[in-house]
Write a protein of this length. Structure first.
Length: 60
């Protein structure tokens, strides 16, 4: 069995943990640039009768 499954987390969450650890291990000058790239923005639009409603930000 995979180690992330044994830990009870999804593969996506395991990747997120690994990425966070990698960013924290960087030198300060490189960490700033890496943290800027790590921001994710998701918008959702609901479709009814083939027409999309206004896209809204997906909150946590």
């Amino acid at each position: 069995m995979s180690s992330y499954k044994q830990a009870g987390i999804s593969l996506n969450r395991a990747f997120a943990v690994a990425a966070q650890a990698t960013r924290q291990a960087l030198k300060a000058e490189f960490r700033v640039a890496a943290e800027k790239r790590s921001v994710t923005e998701v918008k959702v639009a609901k479709y009814e009768n083939g027409v999309a409603s206004e896209a809204k930000a997906l909150g946590n």
